[in-house]
Design a protein around this ligand. Structure first.
Ligand code: MD6
Ligand code: FE
Length: 207
């Protein structure tokens, strides 16, 4: 474990190959129950380059009319989100170390061209809880700024099996994904590779 900055914990390769493959299979099941869809930005309605779905009691959604928020149902199918795989709940307990379980797991799927703009995770009522993310597949260049948008940023790679925690003083730091990096030998299992090259799972406590 590396504390990159106060409250920013990077766990390189916290899942081994077998655990990554098992988790990938579980995410394929999540996508089968809750299909990936394209979210749109508040106000402009511009499509995001990352495709999304969720598991857990609540899901993070965004669209032109209602903006960023949490919903208990898939915006296209109207169905409740599938359950969060127990493996993820266990990782939250071990690594995020918060006394209440996560309620939402956002599944972000990237193709080679996808990126994620600099943002704060600020749609949760409980801002004391850490945010925990796990990456699978291709490496990305992850950008971490400060608590104000213009603050100086650092960048580092997130690889398959890595976990990242933003907590305490880092909870509200801006961050994003600059780009997907060419990656040797980090391909997703075929069932998940049908959807993209990188998957990031972000677990959050909402209420
Ligand atoms: C991504 N991650 O890695 C996007 N947010 O694809 C996030 O937006 C993120 O990794 C909060 C905490 C950890 C993260
Ligand atoms: Fe985020």
């Amino acid at each position: 474990m590396l504390e990159i900055a106060p409250g920013v914990f990077h766990f390189p390769a916290c899942l081994d190959q077998a655990a990554q493959a098992a988790l990938a299979d579980e995410i394929v099941e999540v996508i089968a129950a809750a299909p990936l869809y394209v979210s749109t930005m508040p106000k402009t309605g511009a499509p995001m380059s990352v495709r999304m779905t969720n598991c857990g009691a609540l899901g993070w959604v965004s669209d032109k009319a209602q903006g960023y928020r949490y919903e208990a149902r898939h915006p296209k199918t109207g169905e409740p989100w599938p359950a969060m795989p127990p493996r993820l709940l266990q990782l939250w307990d071990e690594l995020a170390r918060y006394h209440r379980p996560p309620e939402a797991c956002l599944v972000n799927v990237y193709d080679e061209k996808a990126r994620m703009g600099l943002h704060q995770d600020r749609d949760e009522a409980d801002l004391a809880a850490p945010i925990f993310s796990l990456s699978l597949g291709a490496d990305c260049r992850f950008r971490l700024g400060g608590t104000r948008r213009g603050d100086r940023a650092i960048a580092f790679a997130l690889s398959s099996g890595d976990a990242l925690v933003l907590s305490g003083p880092a909870r509200m730091r801006y961050h994003g994904v600059d780009r997907i990096l060419p990656t040797v030998d980090a391909s997703l299992p075929p069932a998940l590779a049908a959807f993209g090259v990188r998957v990031n799972l972000t677990l959050r406590r909402v209420t």
